[in-house]
Design a protein around this ligand. Sequence first.
Ligand SMILES: O=C(O)CCC(=O)C(=O)O
Ligand SMILES: [Fe+2]
Length: 363
Amino acid sequence: MPVAVQEQPTNPIESIKAALTNVTVSETKEAFDLLSYAHFDATPSIGTEFRSYSKDGKPILSIRDILGNKDREKALGKLVSERGVVFFRDAVISPEEQIKLVDSLGKLNGKPSTSGLHVHPLTLGGSEFGDEVSVISNQFVFDNKYKRDDFSVLKRRFHADLWHSDITFEPVPSDYASLQIRQLPKVGGDTLWASAYEAYDRLSPAYKTFLEGLTATHIGQGFIDILKKNGGTFREPRGSPENVGQDLSTVHPVIRTNPVTGWKGLFVNRGFTKRINELTQRESDVLLDFLFGHISANHDLQVRFRWEENSLAIWDNRSTFHTATEDLDSDKRVGTRSVSLGERPYLDPNSTGRREALLKAGA
Ligand SMILES: O=C(O)CCC(=O)C(=O)O
Ligand SMILES: [Fe+2]
Protein backbone atom coordinates (compact mmCIF):
# COMPACT_ATOMS: atom_id res chain seq x y z
CA MET A 1 0.00 0.00 0.00
CA PRO A 2 1.22 3.47 -0.81
CA VAL A 3 0.15 4.95 2.49
CA ALA A 4 2.33 5.45 5.53
CA VAL A 5 1.31 7.49 8.51
CA GLN A 6 3.95 9.60 10.19
CA GLU A 7 2.44 9.98 13.63
CA GLN A 8 0.24 7.38 15.25
CA PRO A 9 -1.91 8.86 18.00
CA THR A 10 -3.78 6.34 20.12
CA ASN A 11 -7.17 8.10 20.02
CA PRO A 12 -8.99 6.58 16.99
CA ILE A 13 -10.50 9.90 15.89
CA GLU A 14 -7.08 11.52 15.99
CA SER A 15 -5.58 8.65 14.05
CA ILE A 16 -8.22 8.98 11.31
CA LYS A 17 -7.55 12.70 11.08
CA ALA A 18 -3.81 12.15 11.03
CA ALA A 19 -4.18 9.45 8.40
CA LEU A 20 -6.35 11.67 6.19
CA THR A 21 -3.86 14.49 6.27
CA ASN A 22 -0.91 12.19 5.69
CA VAL A 23 -2.32 10.13 2.86
CA THR A 24 0.30 11.00 0.35
CA VAL A 25 3.55 10.05 2.03
CA SER A 26 5.48 8.23 -0.67
CA GLU A 27 6.01 4.49 -0.81
CA THR A 28 9.66 4.69 -1.76
CA LYS A 29 12.27 7.30 -1.01
CA GLU A 30 12.86 7.79 -4.74
CA ALA A 31 9.23 8.73 -5.55
CA PHE A 32 8.83 12.42 -6.23
CA ASP A 33 7.46 14.06 -3.09
CA LEU A 34 4.88 16.60 -4.22
CA LEU A 35 4.00 17.45 -0.64
CA SER A 36 7.43 18.92 0.02
CA TYR A 37 6.11 21.87 -2.07
CA ALA A 38 3.87 24.65 -0.72
CA HIS A 39 0.32 23.32 -0.58
CA PHE A 40 -2.73 22.95 1.64
CA ASP A 41 -5.64 20.56 1.89
CA ALA A 42 -8.81 22.45 1.00
CA THR A 43 -10.98 20.21 3.23
CA PRO A 44 -10.20 17.06 5.26
CA SER A 45 -11.94 14.74 2.79
CA ILE A 46 -11.30 16.25 -0.65
CA GLY A 47 -9.08 18.73 -2.49
CA THR A 48 -5.42 19.78 -2.28
CA GLU A 49 -4.19 23.09 -3.65
CA PHE A 50 -0.62 23.95 -4.60
CA ARG A 51 0.11 27.47 -3.49
CA SER A 52 1.34 30.15 -5.85
CA TYR A 53 3.18 31.78 -2.94
CA SER A 54 4.99 30.19 -0.02
CA LYS A 55 3.81 30.71 3.54
CA ASP A 56 6.18 28.27 5.18
CA GLY A 57 9.41 28.37 3.19
CA LYS A 58 8.43 25.34 1.10
CA PRO A 59 9.22 25.81 -2.60
CA ILE A 60 6.48 26.64 -5.09
CA LEU A 61 5.38 23.89 -7.47
CA SER A 62 4.28 25.09 -10.89
CA ILE A 63 2.37 22.86 -13.30
CA ARG A 64 5.22 23.60 -15.73
CA ASP A 65 7.62 21.79 -13.34
CA ILE A 66 5.49 18.68 -13.82
CA LEU A 67 4.53 18.63 -17.51
CA GLY A 68 6.53 16.04 -19.45
CA ASN A 69 8.38 14.70 -16.36
CA LYS A 70 7.27 11.07 -15.89
CA ASP A 71 8.08 10.74 -12.16
CA ARG A 72 6.30 13.95 -11.36
CA GLU A 73 3.29 13.18 -13.54
CA LYS A 74 2.99 9.75 -11.95
CA ALA A 75 3.12 11.27 -8.46
CA LEU A 76 0.53 13.87 -9.44
CA GLY A 77 -1.83 11.16 -10.73
CA LYS A 78 -1.49 9.31 -7.44
CA LEU A 79 -2.15 12.46 -5.44
CA VAL A 80 -5.21 13.29 -7.57
CA SER A 81 -6.56 9.77 -6.95
CA GLU A 82 -5.98 10.12 -3.21
CA ARG A 83 -7.31 13.64 -2.75
CA GLY A 84 -10.00 13.49 -5.48
CA VAL A 85 -9.13 16.87 -6.97
CA VAL A 86 -5.92 18.92 -7.09
CA PHE A 87 -5.79 22.65 -7.85
CA PHE A 88 -3.02 24.85 -9.22
CA ARG A 89 -3.03 28.64 -9.43
CA ASP A 90 -1.08 30.61 -12.04
CA ALA A 91 -1.03 27.48 -14.22
CA VAL A 92 -0.16 28.55 -17.73
CA ILE A 93 -1.17 25.54 -19.82
CA SER A 94 -2.44 25.14 -23.38
CA PRO A 95 -5.42 22.93 -24.28
CA GLU A 96 -2.95 20.57 -26.03
CA GLU A 97 -0.89 20.30 -22.83
CA GLN A 98 -4.07 19.63 -20.84
CA ILE A 99 -4.77 16.63 -23.10
CA LYS A 100 -1.26 15.24 -22.81
CA LEU A 101 -1.23 15.68 -19.06
CA VAL A 102 -4.40 13.72 -18.26
CA ASP A 103 -3.41 10.97 -20.69
CA SER A 104 -0.02 10.67 -18.95
CA LEU A 105 -1.51 10.63 -15.46
CA GLY A 106 -3.56 7.61 -16.52
CA LYS A 107 -0.85 5.84 -18.51
CA LEU A 108 1.77 6.20 -15.78
CA ASN A 109 -0.69 4.84 -13.23
CA GLY A 110 -1.52 1.74 -15.23
CA LYS A 111 -4.54 2.43 -17.45
CA PRO A 112 -5.22 -0.08 -20.28
CA SER A 113 -3.28 0.58 -23.50
CA THR A 114 -6.57 0.77 -25.45
CA SER A 115 -7.77 3.73 -23.34
CA GLY A 116 -6.89 7.06 -24.89
CA LEU A 117 -8.57 10.43 -24.60
CA HIS A 118 -12.32 10.76 -24.73
CA VAL A 119 -13.90 12.16 -27.87
CA HIS A 120 -17.24 13.48 -26.66
CA PRO A 121 -20.23 12.05 -28.60
CA LEU A 122 -21.38 15.59 -29.44
CA THR A 123 -17.95 16.75 -30.69
CA LEU A 124 -18.27 18.09 -34.22
CA GLY A 125 -15.40 17.47 -36.63
CA GLY A 126 -13.21 20.57 -37.02
CA SER A 127 -13.89 21.95 -33.56
CA GLU A 128 -11.58 24.72 -32.35
CA PHE A 129 -9.09 22.74 -30.26
CA GLY A 130 -9.46 19.31 -31.91
CA ASP A 131 -11.54 16.27 -31.03
CA GLU A 132 -10.14 15.65 -27.57
CA VAL A 133 -10.82 19.03 -25.98
CA SER A 134 -14.34 19.91 -24.86
CA VAL A 135 -15.16 23.59 -24.82
CA ILE A 136 -17.12 24.24 -21.62
CA SER A 137 -19.44 27.24 -21.84
CA ASN A 138 -22.41 28.57 -19.92
CA GLN A 139 -23.98 29.54 -23.26
CA PHE A 140 -23.69 26.32 -25.26
CA VAL A 141 -23.06 22.58 -24.85
CA PHE A 142 -19.59 21.89 -26.35
CA ASP A 143 -20.34 23.78 -29.60
CA ASN A 144 -22.13 26.96 -30.61
CA LYS A 145 -24.48 24.74 -32.60
CA TYR A 146 -25.96 23.45 -29.33
CA LYS A 147 -27.09 26.68 -27.68
CA ARG A 148 -28.37 26.66 -24.12
CA ASP A 149 -31.70 28.41 -23.73
CA ASP A 150 -32.20 28.14 -19.99
CA PHE A 151 -30.76 31.42 -18.68
CA SER A 152 -33.92 33.07 -17.41
CA VAL A 153 -34.21 32.66 -13.70
CA LEU A 154 -37.25 30.39 -13.69
CA LYS A 155 -35.93 28.18 -16.48
CA ARG A 156 -32.45 27.90 -15.01
CA ARG A 157 -31.50 24.45 -13.77
CA PHE A 158 -31.02 23.89 -10.06
CA HIS A 159 -27.52 22.67 -9.54
CA ALA A 160 -28.28 20.08 -6.90
CA ASP A 161 -29.56 18.20 -9.97
CA LEU A 162 -26.37 18.53 -11.98
CA TRP A 163 -23.88 16.57 -9.89
CA HIS A 164 -22.13 13.99 -12.08
CA SER A 165 -18.95 12.13 -12.90
CA ASP A 166 -17.91 12.64 -16.49
CA ILE A 167 -19.22 10.35 -19.24
CA THR A 168 -20.29 7.39 -17.07
CA PHE A 169 -22.63 6.39 -19.91
CA GLU A 170 -19.52 4.97 -21.62
CA PRO A 171 -18.47 1.33 -20.97
CA VAL A 172 -14.95 2.69 -20.40
CA PRO A 173 -15.46 5.98 -18.57
CA SER A 174 -12.92 8.54 -17.41
CA ASP A 175 -10.06 8.28 -14.97
CA TYR A 176 -8.51 11.77 -14.99
CA ALA A 177 -9.88 15.07 -16.27
CA SER A 178 -8.72 18.66 -16.17
CA LEU A 179 -10.44 22.00 -16.57
CA GLN A 180 -9.23 25.55 -16.98
CA ILE A 181 -11.71 28.43 -17.18
CA ARG A 182 -10.19 30.80 -19.74
CA GLN A 183 -12.90 33.44 -19.88
CA LEU A 184 -13.91 34.31 -16.34
CA PRO A 185 -17.18 35.88 -15.25
CA LYS A 186 -16.91 38.91 -12.95
CA VAL A 187 -18.30 36.82 -10.12
CA GLY A 188 -19.79 33.35 -9.81
CA GLY A 189 -19.33 30.20 -11.86
CA ASP A 190 -17.57 28.24 -9.09
CA THR A 191 -17.15 24.47 -9.46
CA LEU A 192 -17.83 21.98 -6.66
CA TRP A 193 -16.46 18.47 -6.20
CA ALA A 194 -17.61 15.75 -3.78
CA SER A 195 -15.70 12.72 -2.52
CA ALA A 196 -17.03 9.29 -3.52
CA TYR A 197 -14.68 7.72 -0.92
CA GLU A 198 -16.22 9.76 1.87
CA ALA A 199 -19.75 9.16 0.52
CA TYR A 200 -19.05 5.41 0.79
CA ASP A 201 -17.35 5.62 4.19
CA ARG A 202 -20.30 7.48 5.70
CA LEU A 203 -22.76 4.63 4.98
CA SER A 204 -23.51 1.95 7.58
CA PRO A 205 -21.88 -1.50 7.18
CA ALA A 206 -25.29 -3.03 6.35
CA TYR A 207 -25.94 -0.47 3.62
CA LYS A 208 -22.45 -0.87 2.19
CA THR A 209 -22.95 -4.63 1.89
CA PHE A 210 -26.33 -4.11 0.21
CA LEU A 211 -24.92 -1.63 -2.34
CA GLU A 212 -21.95 -3.86 -3.14
CA GLY A 213 -24.31 -6.43 -4.65
CA LEU A 214 -25.86 -3.95 -7.09
CA THR A 215 -25.26 -2.65 -10.60
CA ALA A 216 -26.72 0.42 -12.28
CA THR A 217 -27.61 1.54 -15.79
CA HIS A 218 -26.05 4.85 -16.87
CA ILE A 219 -27.48 6.75 -19.86
CA GLY A 220 -26.33 9.99 -21.55
CA GLN A 221 -29.95 11.14 -21.83
CA GLY A 222 -29.16 14.87 -21.96
CA PHE A 223 -26.94 14.33 -25.00
CA ILE A 224 -29.51 12.02 -26.63
CA ASP A 225 -32.11 14.81 -26.23
CA ILE A 226 -29.75 17.40 -27.76
CA LEU A 227 -29.18 15.17 -30.77
CA LYS A 228 -32.91 14.52 -31.19
CA LYS A 229 -33.47 18.27 -31.35
CA ASN A 230 -30.55 19.04 -33.67
CA GLY A 231 -30.21 15.89 -35.78
CA GLY A 232 -26.97 14.07 -36.65
CA THR A 233 -25.18 11.11 -35.10
CA PHE A 234 -22.85 10.62 -32.13
CA ARG A 235 -19.13 10.38 -32.77
CA GLU A 236 -17.61 6.90 -32.50
CA PRO A 237 -15.35 5.30 -31.44
CA ARG A 238 -14.91 7.65 -28.49
CA GLY A 239 -11.36 7.13 -27.30
CA SER A 240 -11.61 3.37 -26.71
CA PRO A 241 -12.67 0.51 -29.01
CA GLU A 242 -15.32 -0.28 -26.37
CA ASN A 243 -16.88 3.19 -26.46
CA VAL A 244 -19.04 2.79 -29.55
CA GLY A 245 -22.73 2.84 -30.40
CA GLN A 246 -25.50 5.39 -30.52
CA ASP A 247 -27.45 4.45 -27.38
CA LEU A 248 -25.01 6.02 -24.84
CA SER A 249 -26.00 3.42 -22.29
CA THR A 250 -24.02 1.00 -20.13
CA VAL A 251 -23.97 -0.89 -16.82
CA HIS A 252 -21.51 -0.30 -13.94
CA PRO A 253 -21.15 -1.56 -10.35
CA VAL A 254 -22.69 0.74 -7.71
CA ILE A 255 -19.56 0.52 -5.57
CA ARG A 256 -16.29 0.82 -7.46
CA THR A 257 -12.65 0.27 -6.48
CA ASN A 258 -10.16 2.92 -7.55
CA PRO A 259 -7.19 0.94 -8.94
CA VAL A 260 -4.62 3.57 -7.97
CA THR A 261 -5.53 3.87 -4.28
CA GLY A 262 -7.33 0.53 -3.87
CA TRP A 263 -10.17 2.37 -2.07
CA LYS A 264 -13.90 1.84 -2.59
CA GLY A 265 -16.22 4.66 -3.57
CA LEU A 266 -19.87 5.23 -4.43
CA PHE A 267 -20.32 5.18 -8.20
CA VAL A 268 -23.78 6.51 -9.08
CA ASN A 269 -24.46 10.09 -10.15
CA ARG A 270 -27.59 12.12 -10.79
CA GLY A 271 -26.43 13.19 -14.24
CA PHE A 272 -26.27 9.75 -15.81
CA THR A 273 -27.41 6.95 -13.46
CA LYS A 274 -30.98 6.04 -14.30
CA ARG A 275 -31.76 2.66 -12.77
CA ILE A 276 -30.52 0.15 -10.18
CA ASN A 277 -30.85 -3.06 -12.16
CA GLU A 278 -31.56 -5.59 -9.41
CA LEU A 279 -34.42 -3.59 -7.82
CA THR A 280 -38.01 -2.78 -8.71
CA GLN A 281 -38.59 0.61 -10.32
CA ARG A 282 -39.95 2.08 -7.08
CA GLU A 283 -37.08 0.68 -5.00
CA SER A 284 -34.58 1.96 -7.53
CA ASP A 285 -36.13 5.47 -7.56
CA VAL A 286 -36.09 5.70 -3.76
CA LEU A 287 -32.54 4.38 -3.42
CA LEU A 288 -31.11 6.61 -6.14
CA ASP A 289 -32.86 9.64 -4.69
CA PHE A 290 -31.25 8.91 -1.32
CA LEU A 291 -27.80 8.37 -2.83
CA PHE A 292 -27.94 11.48 -5.02
CA GLY A 293 -29.01 13.54 -2.00
CA HIS A 294 -26.21 11.97 0.06
CA ILE A 295 -23.75 13.50 -2.44
CA SER A 296 -25.38 16.86 -3.18
CA ALA A 297 -26.75 17.76 0.27
CA ASN A 298 -23.66 17.09 2.39
CA HIS A 299 -21.18 19.91 2.09
CA ASP A 300 -18.94 18.09 4.58
CA LEU A 301 -17.84 15.83 1.73
CA GLN A 302 -17.53 18.62 -0.85
CA VAL A 303 -15.08 21.33 -1.85
CA ARG A 304 -15.98 24.54 -3.69
CA PHE A 305 -13.42 26.16 -5.96
CA ARG A 306 -13.41 29.81 -7.02
CA TRP A 307 -11.72 30.25 -10.38
CA GLU A 308 -9.11 32.93 -11.04
CA GLU A 309 -7.08 33.62 -14.14
CA ASN A 310 -4.90 30.54 -14.92
CA SER A 311 -6.44 28.31 -12.24
CA LEU A 312 -6.33 24.62 -13.14
CA ALA A 313 -8.28 21.73 -11.64
CA ILE A 314 -7.38 18.06 -12.16
CA TRP A 315 -9.68 15.39 -10.77
CA ASP A 316 -10.23 11.63 -10.67
CA ASN A 317 -13.68 10.89 -12.12
CA ARG A 318 -13.66 7.38 -10.62
CA SER A 319 -13.83 8.65 -7.05
CA THR A 320 -15.43 12.10 -7.20
CA PHE A 321 -18.51 13.92 -8.43
CA HIS A 322 -18.66 17.53 -9.57
CA THR A 323 -21.04 20.24 -10.67
CA ALA A 324 -20.71 23.61 -12.34
CA THR A 325 -22.53 26.61 -10.87
CA GLU A 326 -24.42 28.43 -13.59
CA ASP A 327 -25.39 31.39 -11.43
CA LEU A 328 -24.60 33.92 -14.18
CA ASP A 329 -27.24 36.02 -15.92
CA SER A 330 -25.61 37.52 -18.99
CA ASP A 331 -21.93 37.14 -18.06
CA LYS A 332 -19.87 34.67 -20.12
CA ARG A 333 -17.75 31.82 -18.83
CA VAL A 334 -15.71 29.58 -21.16
CA GLY A 335 -13.14 26.90 -20.43
CA THR A 336 -11.33 23.91 -21.91
CA ARG A 337 -11.62 20.42 -20.53
CA SER A 338 -9.67 17.26 -21.33
CA VAL A 339 -10.96 13.84 -20.31
CA SER A 340 -8.79 10.72 -20.27
CA LEU A 341 -10.27 7.21 -20.27
CA GLY A 342 -9.41 4.69 -17.59
CA GLU A 343 -10.44 1.07 -17.08
CA ARG A 344 -13.83 -0.64 -17.13
CA PRO A 345 -15.20 -0.02 -13.61
CA TYR A 346 -14.96 -2.99 -11.23
CA LEU A 347 -15.44 -3.80 -7.57
CA ASP A 348 -12.54 -5.63 -5.96
CA PRO A 349 -14.11 -7.58 -3.07
CA ASN A 350 -10.81 -7.44 -1.20
CA SER A 351 -10.61 -3.67 -1.30
CA THR A 352 -11.84 -1.45 1.54
CA GLY A 353 -13.01 2.10 2.07
CA ARG A 354 -10.44 4.84 2.54
CA ARG A 355 -10.84 5.20 6.30
CA GLU A 356 -10.47 1.48 6.88
CA ALA A 357 -7.39 1.31 4.63
CA LEU A 358 -5.77 4.27 6.37
CA LEU A 359 -6.49 2.90 9.82
CA LYS A 360 -4.95 -0.45 8.83
CA ALA A 361 -1.92 1.27 7.35
CA GLY A 362 -1.46 3.26 10.55
CA ALA A 363 -1.96 0.27 12.86
O1 LIG B 1 -18.04 24.19 -15.82
C1 LIG B 1 -17.72 23.59 -14.80
O2 LIG B 1 -17.48 24.16 -13.74
C2 LIG B 1 -17.63 22.09 -14.80
C3 LIG B 1 -18.06 21.55 -16.10
C4 LIG B 1 -17.93 20.05 -16.13
O3 LIG B 1 -18.79 19.33 -15.71
C5 LIG B 1 -16.69 19.48 -16.66
O4 LIG B 1 -15.77 20.22 -17.03
O5 LIG B 1 -16.61 18.24 -16.72
FE1 LIG C 1 -18.17 17.28 -15.86
